[in-house]
Design a protein around this ligand. Structure first.
Ligand code: ATP
Ligand code: MG
Length: 427
């Protein structure tokens, strides 16, 4: 039985897609939505919505589109790393104006005619840019020029920019001052408050069919504190905690499940792009430095002398070992599956030192790490598919049923055991 069946849910309550059907109207989201509708209804020119990653900007946008898709002409730009020309072409294509291979002046003229025609017909025209922090400066300037298209009576075009807070900062720069002055409405999406977080979680559960699932009240505050009220992180955390409860067959998600989820999200999964970029830059720098180091080291004259001396010694050793019994290959560290069935719990045997195999990676959806190399030993914790676990030395063990176990470093000074059947050995 899978998780959804077990809890009687229609679908995953904490999926990470910006699904408007799950839109929870928090104080801040509601205010943003009202402002956006106002901008469109009143034909205010320019609106800026900002918010930290994962606060719900795209979800909000999808709600807005649901309301206006049939009542306005909308050019929706989702990948805004475009030059001014490319941007203009994308806008016109979205509005079904086929103007490829025309000069820019032709395009602008046709666009203006289109706006006037729509305005006479009482239809609004919107340009909406998501991830607008990625717009190059020249393209932002192009947008300003487009926003100049107006009649003496009214704006012909509404522009909505949605992006991360760094966009506000960019707009304050001297070269974008004029555009900044055009923005009539600005809304900052805030994270959920401490009272909204439990409401949000319950709201999503109800939307997904709720079923037999309950979240312990005591887990709400820790979820809020950890996620800082950011819906994407609340979803990630709740989803992990739910999986952990499911694997224990529990209908109640407790504080323990939430703590477990936190320990798995704290360093890796939180969607913090800035942190991710820092890590990538850090790694790139380390790799480059290592390459430079290796090249320099290999070309040092003293090192070349050492290498040739080493080669001579190796050559001599090889001639000697050819006459001896060969070493078993590294893969022979696996014990035979016909190991004796007596002697429970186990014999621990140090395997020949292996410089290569140092990790195991979990291959099943979840696996238990146990205190002893036996199926009935105490569980230390669950490990999830893809999780990489450091091995403790090269110890492995075979239990009374012939099952092989690997010894792991669970944390700084605790070891545990995991069954060979649920992992893959990695270098
Ligand atoms: N008000 C909300 N109601 C319901 N779900 C929400 C809400 N806000 C955010 N979410 C959920 O949080 C997750 C992230 O939302 P979304 O993608 O809209 O964030 P974002 O601000 O656009 O992030 P990014 O800056 O990375 O583009 C999604 O799973 C979405 O369903
Ligand atoms: Mg988004």
């Amino acid at each position: 039985m899978d998780l959804l069946e077990f809890y009687g849910l229609k679908e995953d309550p904490f999926k990470l897609t910006p699904d408007p059907l799950y839109f929870y109207p928090s104080g801040s989201h509601n205010e943003a939505l009202l402002s956006l509708n106002y901008v469109i209804e009143q034909k205010e020119g320019f609106c800026l919505i900002t918010g930290e990653p994962g606060t719900g900007k795209t979800t909000l946008l999808n709600v807005l589109l649901g309301r206006w898709r049939d009542n306005a002409e909308i050019a929706l730009i989702l990948t805004p790393r475009l030059s001014p020309e490319e941007f203009l072409i994308s806008v016109l294509e979205d509005l079904n104006l086929k103007l490829k291979d025309k000069t820019k002046n032709d395009m602008l003229k046709a666009f203006r005619d289109f706006l006037i025609e729509k305005s006479l017909g009482g239809r609004r025209v919107l340009i909406i840019v998501d991830e607008a922090q990625d717009l190059p400066d020249e393209t932002l300037e192009e947008l300003r020029l487009l926003s100049n298209l107006e009649t003496t009576k009214e704006k012909l075009l509404q522009i909505i920019l949605i992006g991360q807070p760094e966009l506000e900062k960019r707009l304050r720069a001297d070269n974008l001052k004029q555009l900044n002055q055009r923005i009539t409405i600005r809304v900052r999406l805030s994270p959920l408050t401490i009272t909204e977080t439990p409401d949000y979680i319950n709201y999503r559960l109800v939307k997904a069919g709720k079923g037999f699932l309950r979240l312990d009240e005591k887990s709400m505050k820790p979820i809020h504190n950890f996620s800082k009220g950011i819906p994407r992180i609340i979803n990630l955390l709740s989803s992990r905690a739910l999986m952990s409860a499911y694997l224990e067959g529990s209908n109640l998600v407790t504080l323990r499940h939430v703590h477990y989820a936190m320990s798995h999200l704290s360093d890796s999964t939180i969607d913090n792009r800035k942190r991710l970029y820092k890590i990538i830059y850090g790694f790139t720098a380390i790799i480059l430095l290592t390459i430079v180091g290796v090249v320099v080291y290999n070309y040092l004259p003293i090192h070349r002398d050492q290498q040739s001396a080493l080669k001579q010694v190796q050559g001599r050793n090889q001639t000697q070992t050819q006459t001896q019994t060969p070493e078993p290959p590294v893969s022979n560290i696996e014990p035979s599956s016909t190991a004796p069935l007596t002697g429970s719990p186990v014999k621990q045997q140090p395997t020949p030192p292996s410089p290569v195999l140092r990790y195991v990676v979990v291959k099943t959806s979840a696996a238990n790490i146990r205190a002893e190399p036996r199926i009935d030993a105490d569980k230390i914790r669950l490990a999830y598919k893809g999780e990489r676990l450091a091995r403790s030395g090269d110890y492995k063990s075979i239990d009374a049923t012939g099952r092989k176990w690997y010894k792991l470093m669970v944390d700084k000074d605790r070891v545990g055991w995991i069954a060979d059947s649920v992992v893959i050995l990695k270098e």
